[in-house]
Design a binder for this molecule. Structure first.
Ligand code: GLT
Ligand code: MN
Ligand code: MN
Length: 388
């Protein structure tokens, strides 16, 4: 039952992108349904709602064709608004997908000049992020993909991505920035196929970089679900590898276009396991909601949407505390973790290996005991459905 106060506070580290609360509901079949929300208005709204921070792409804040004077004026206004409203900028990113120049990709484009322009645009976005206090730099390669594999060998694309990431790490160090890069995967959309389709693919690429310690991942619920994967497992692997530098929370019905739904609204049970994981392990980074309000909404609806993301997170945080403290669940977990046997063979040495090879196991006996996971899961459901 609800005991909680689900009011978001700064220490919860809830963040939103300018492009999330500022989303105007445009889709491939219909035009914008909401008027433009300026960056300053977005910051005011987030301050009011109790968020901790705001993130942006270079061009969410500064139009791509702004003069240097306009750029500086916009940045100053934005920084003052952040200060006045107690809003931090923990993360910045770069838009390498909207402009037609990126129709064949950015870092992986066949045209060398496009690749160079993508690097230039990213370095400038890094400078902009630093001016606003960002320490995390997200890279989402939405256009780094294909409709036809005839256009380039896919291993060439991997090499180009690696080259760009190596370059950007050096730039960061050269400028004495403290950036950590967080790479965000997605299987498709807007390209038919994107080269780095899953968080796991990026984890493998990171290990091949010149400075792997500077680069981690930014898993997104919707993107892992689009690929039919278990987000919590992707996040857990990233966490275990020390690579969970950022996270994009939203929701998504598997097998559909990128929906970016309010956090927890499509698959609350999956969202619960995710929140429980983040809280159990003590993830201390921003909880970024990369989602947007339904196209049916005006700006009151956008506020409902943003508050809803944070509220659902806090409800699940409370539910996970309840889950951890539940005596029956605790007893079941104690039973599960009880080991029969002496644990031999977990770490290799040749004597153990030969003992293990000649040991006798009661295979039928080991397989006979019920594991009570049905009970465990139903207790979870009772907690989630509010009857326990
Ligand atoms: C875009 C995408 C998101 C990414 C953003 C960062 S842009 O909205 O759908 O998942 O996180 O580039
Ligand atoms: Mn998305
Ligand atoms: Mn995202």
């Amino acid at each position: 039952m609800s005991q909680g106060n689900y009011t978001p506070r700064r220490e919860h580290k809830f963040t939103f992108g300018l492009w999330t609360v500022g989303n105007r509901g445009r889709d491939p079949f219909g035009d914008a349904v909401r008027p433009t929300l300026t960056p300053v208005e977005a910051v005011r709204m987030l301050g009011e709602l109790g968020a901790y921070g705001v993130n942006f792409h270079d061009n969410d804040l500064v139009p791509i064709d702004a003069s240097p004077q306009d750029r500086d004026r916009i940045v100053n206004e934005f920084r003052s608004a952040c200060e006045e409203n107690g809003i931090a900028v923990p993360m910045a990113t770069v838009n390498l997908f909207y402009d037609p120049v990126f129709r064949d990709g950015a870092f992986t484009a066949n045209d060398k000049s496009v690749r160079a322009y993508a690097l230039q645009k990213t370095m400038r976005a890094m400078d902009l992020g630093v001016e606003c206090g960002a320490k995390i730099f997200v890279l989402w390669g939405g256009r780094e993909g294909v409709e036809t594999d005839g256009c380039r060998r896919p291993d060439e694309a991997v090499k180009r991505l690696r080259e760009a990431l190596n370059y950007l790490c050096e730039y960061s160090l050269d400028q004495k920035y403290v950036y950590k890069f967080a790479l965000e995967a997605k299987p498709n959309e807007p390209r038919a196929d994107i080269y780095m389709p899953t968080t796991g693919a990026y984890l493998a690429l990171i290990a091949t970089l010149d400075r792997p310690e500077m680069v981690g991942v930014n898993p997104e619920v919707a993107h892992e679900h689009m690929a039919g994967l278990n987000m919590t497992h992707s996040v857990a692997q990233a966490w275990e590898a020390g690579k969970l530098f950022h996270i994009d929370l939203n929701d998504q019905i598997p097998g559909r276009y990128d929906q970016d739904l309010r956090f927890g609204s499509a698959n609350p049970k999956a969202a619960f396991w995710l929140v429980k994981f983040l809280e159990d392990v003590g993830y201390s980074g921003p909880r970024h909601f990369d989602a947007h309000a339904y196209r049916t909404e005006d700006y009151d609806g956008v506020k409902e949407f943003a508050s809803g993301c944070m509220r659902t997170y806090l409800i699940f945080k409370e539910k996970s505390e309840q889950w951890n403290a539940d005596p029956e669940i605790k007893a079941l977990l104690a039973e599960i973790s009880e080991t029969s046997g002496d644990g031999r063979g977990t770490k290799f040495n040749s004597q153990h290996a030969s003992e293990l090879l000649s040991a006798n196991f009661d295979r039928a006996g080991l397989a006979a005991r019920g594991l009570k996971y049905e009970r465990l899961d139903q207790l979870t459901m009772d907690i989630l459905l509010g009857v326990r």
